[in-house]
Design a protein around this ligand. Structure first.
Ligand code: UD1
Ligand code: CA
Length: 456
C-alpha cells in the first residue's frame, strides 16, 4: 500500500572509511556485486519519496554512482567532517523544502530492509522521533539507547557513556525517522560539546524529549544493521547478503543442490524451476529463464539464459551472452557478446565472441571464433542450422550461411554461402612405412637417413 505521507530519505556517506585501507571510498566497495551505497539507495527507493545523499569532498565517483542508481537523487557535499548531525545539515535545502517524514540512514549499512525502514517511519504516527535499535553481540563503539517507561530519553555515545550506561545492551543502529514539522528546529539545536567535539545526530533524542515530544525505539536484528568499517565486516556482510539472496530464490521456486556454494548478485534474476548445481557464481546482470539448468562450476556475468537452456559444467558466460531457449553451452565453452539462438549447441571447448549463432546450429569441439585481430574486434555470423566441424577457426569478420557445413579443422577466412560445404585445411599425406623410416633415422642419426625423414 502506498503511503500518502511524503518522505525524504537522507543517506549519510561522507565518512572517509580509513579502516578499509583502500584508495576507493568505502561506500563504493561492493557486496553482491553492488556498491554498499547502491543497496541503501535501493532500500530507500522502495519507500517512495525523495532521496538526498551527503558525500565527502573529492568523492565525485560516489556522486556518479548515486546518479547511476537513483538519477533524481540530490547530492550534497559535506566539506568538513564534523559529525552525523553536521552531515544531515549539509542537506539543509532538501530538509527545508519539507517532507512529512524524514529518514536518516547510513551509506555503510547496506543490509537494512525496506520493511524495517517502513516500520521506523510508521512509528512517526505517535512519535516525533523514532530510532532503530538492536542488541549486538558486542556493543563496544555503539551509542546506547536509554529507555524509560517505553520512551527513548537519550542516546549516549560509547565515548561519553558512564559505566552504567555502557552496560545497556540496546544500541543505536544508526537509522532514524524524524517528524518533518520539527526536524530542522531540533537539528539546529545540536552542539558539539562532547568527547569527540562532533555534532551528534543522536543528541536529537534528548532535545526532542526536552520539548515533551514522544521518542521511541524500534528494534531489529543485528544482521540487518551491520555497519561496515573494515574488510572483515565487508566479508561478513557479504555472507549475510548471500544467505538472504539464496533464501529468496529458493522460496521463489529455484532449486539449488548446495545453496551455500552458490554466489548470487543483488540483481540476479532467476525464474521458477531453474536448477543450479553446486559452485556457480553469478556476477552482476544475469537473468535465467524458466527451467534452465546451470551446471556445476560455471561463471556467469551480464548474461541472459533462455528457457530450458543448459549451461556448463565449467562454462563461462560473459557480458552480452544471450542464450535463446534450449541452447546447450557445455564444458569449457566461453561466450561473450554473442547471441546464441534457440536450440543451438556448443558442447565442448569453444570460444564464441562478438557473434551470432543461428537457431539449431552446432558448434563443434575446439571451435574458436577469432574475433580480435590485435587492434579491433570483428563480428562473426553463423547461420541457422549450420554445422561447424571440430577444431575450426572462424576468422572474423566472416559469415557462415544457413545450413552450411564447415569441415573439421578448417581455418575459415572467407564467407561461406548458405548450404555450402567448406573445407579449408591442409590435405592429408600418407607415406607407406614412413613411421619405421622415421624411427630408424632417429636411432642412427645418419645424415642421409635424416634427409629421408625430412620427406616424411
Ligand atoms: C554512529 C552513531 C552511533 C551508532 C553507530 C551505528 C552518532 C553520533 N553515532 O556512530 O550512535 O551506534 O553510528 O553504526 O550518530 N558521517 C558523515 N559525516 C560525518 C560523520 C559521519 O557523513 O561528519 C556518516 C558516515 O559516512 C557514516 C555515518 O555517518 O555513514 C556514521 O558515521 P560514523 O562516524 O561511522 O558514526 P559512529 O561513530 O559509528
Ligand atoms: Ca560507524
Amino acid at each position: 500500500m502506498m503511503n500518502a505521507r511524503t518522505a525524504l530519505t537522507l543517506v549519510l556517506a561522507a565518512g572517509e572509511g580509513t579502516r578499509m585501507r583502500s584508495r576507493q571510498p568505502k561506500v563504493l566497495h561492493a557486496i553482491g556485486g553492488r556498491p554498499l551505497i547502491g543497496h541503501v539507495l535501493a532500500a530507500a527507493g522502495r519507500l517512495g519519496g525523495h532521496t538526498a545523499v551527503v558525500i565527502g569532498p573529492d568523492h565525485a565517483d560516489v556522486a556518479a554512482e548515486v546518479k547511476r542508481m537513483t538519477p533524481d537523487a540530490e547530492v550534497f557535499v559535506q566539506a568538513e567532517r564534523r559529525g552525523t548531525a553536521h552531515a544531515v545539515l549539509a542537506a539543509r535545502p532538501a530538509i527545508a523544502r519539507g517532507a512529512d517524514d524524514i529518514l536518516v540512514v547510513f551509506g555503510d549499512t547496506p543490509l537494512i530492509t525496506p520493511a524495517t525502514l517502513e516500520r521506523l517511519r510508521g512509528a512517526l504516527g505517535q512519535a516525533a522521533v523514532a530510532v532503530l535499535g538492536f542488541r549486538p553481540a558486542d556493543p563496544t563503539g555503539y551509542g546506547r539507547l536509554v529507555v524509560e517507561d517505553g520512551q527513548l530519553i537519550a542516546i549516549r555515545e560509547d565515548k561519553d557513556a558512564s559505566a552504567a550506561e555502557r552496560a545497556l545492551t540496546l544500541c543505536n543502529a544508526g537509522a532514524m525517522a524524524l517528524d518533518g514539522r520539527h526536524a530542522l528546529a531540533l537539528l539546529d539545536r545540536i552542539d558539539d560539546r562532547n568527547a569527540k567535539r562532533e555534532f551528534y545526530l543522536t543528541d536529537v533524542v534528548a532535545l526532542a524529549r526536552a520539548q515533551k515530544f514522544s521518542v521511541v525505539a524500534i528494534e531489529t536484528e543485528e544482521d540487518e544493521v551491520r555497519g561496515i568499517n573494515t574488510r572483515v565486516q565487508l566479508a561478513e556482510a557479504e555472507a549475510v547478503l548471500q544467505r538472504r539472496l539464496r533464501q529468496q530464490w529458493l522460496e521463489a521456486g529455484v532449486t539449488m543442490v548446495a545453496p551455500e556454494t552458490v554466489f548470487l548478485s543483488a540483481d540476479t534474476k532467476l525464474a521458477p524451476d531453474v536448477v543450479i548445481e553446486p559452485h556457480v557464481v553469478f556476477g552482476a546482470g544475469v537473468v535465467v529463464e524458466e527451467g534452465a539448468v546451470i551446471r556445476a562450476f560455471s561463471h556467469l556475468e551480464g548474461a541472459h539464459v533462455g528457457k530450458g537452456a543448459r549451461v556448463g559444467p565449467f562454462a563461462r558466460l560473459r557480458p552480452g551472452a544471450e542464450l535463446g531457449a534450449d541452447v546447450h553451452i557445455g564444458n569449457f565453452v566461453e561466450v561473450k557478446a554473442a547471441v546464441v539462438e534457440a536450440g543451438a549447441k556448443a558442447n565442448h571447448l569453444a570460444y564464441i565472441g562478438d557473434a551470432r549463432v543461428g537457431a539449431g546450429a552446432n558448434v563443434g569441439a575446439g571451435t574458436i571464433v577469432c574475433n580480435y585481430d590485435g587492434v579491433t574486434k570483428h563480428h562473426t555470423d553463423i547461420g541457422k542450422g549450420a554445422f561447424i566441424g571440430s577444431n575450426s577457426a572462424l576468422v572474423a569478420p566472416v559469415s557462415i550461411g544457413d545450413g552450411a557445413y564447415v569441415a573439421t579443422g578448417s581455418v575459415i577466412t572467407e564467407n561461406v554461402p548458405a548450404d555450402a560445404l567448406a573445407i579449408a585445411r591442409g590435405r592429408q599425406v600418407v607415406k607407406e612405412n614412413g613411421a619405421s623410416r622415421l624411427r630408424q633415422s632417429r636411432a642412427t642419426g645418419k645424415k642421409q637417413d635424416a634427409k629421408a625423414a625430412e620427406k616424411i
